[in-house]
Design a protein around this ligand. Structure first.
Ligand SMILES: CC(C)(COP(=O)(O)OP(=O)(O)OC[C@H]1O[C@@H](n2cnc3c(N)ncnc32)[C@H](O)[C@@H]1OP(=O)(O)O)[C@@H](O)C(=O)NCCC(=O)NCCS
Length: 144
């Protein structure tokens, strides 16, 4: 069953905030579009994980249009909301805003929609409502 969810701007979650560094910039001093796309993907995962602790993979990304450049030093926010839920998939909307380093002005950079699918260890889709399938993979400190 697919469920369409209502959304307004104030229902978005703050998934990620990142300061753009010189290493992220092209030869013109603005940030590579691919860097922003990579953070969009991470933000999609963070939103999807709210629905279940599983492996999540990106199955599709809708058209992305950049409305304004991102500059070195900008604080970029990735705001997310779930637009639709299915059985193993969720469709996530990501809104990207840049806060200019020197002026603090907020600029709407782009929006994107991603579909994420919860999968098992063999990459087979599983219902995201199932109990957690991912355990901590990094061992904790040794107990005395
Ligand atoms: C995601 C993946 C597991 C889906 O496998 P599949 O055999 O298509 O699975 P299904 O047909 O059972 O679909 C599973 C869910 O994905 C959804 N889905 C599949 N293809 C889709 C597409 N192109 N766009 C949107 N949703 C899609 C289905 O609607 C279904 O949703 P539901 O369970 O909520 O109803 C498989 O395509 C895959 O492994 N893709 C690679 C993912 C990946 O590695 N991404 C990173 C690339 S670097």
């Amino acid at each position: 069953m697919t469920t369409e969810l209502r959304k307004t701007t104030d229902q978005f979650h703050m998934a990620l905030r990142v300061v753009m560094m010189p290493r992220d910039a092209n030869q013109y001093g603005t940030i590579f579009g691919g860097v922003i796309l990579s953070y969009i993907d991470q933000a999609g995962f963070i939103e999807a994980r709210r629905h279940g602790t599983h492996r999540w993979v990106t199955v599709s990304v809708d058209r992305v249009e950049f409305r304004a450049p991102v500059q070195i030093g900008d604080v970029v926010s990735f705001l997310t909301i779930t637009e639709r839920t299915g059985t193993s998939s969720v469709k996530v909307r990501i809104r990207v805003e840049a806060e200019r380093d020197l002026t603090g002005e907020k600029v709407h950079v782009t929006e994107a929609s991603l579909t994420m699918v919860s999968v098992d260890a063999s990459c087979k889709p599983i219902p995201f409502s199932s109990p957690p399938t991912v355990a901590a993979s990094i061992p904790g400190p040794p107990t005395p």
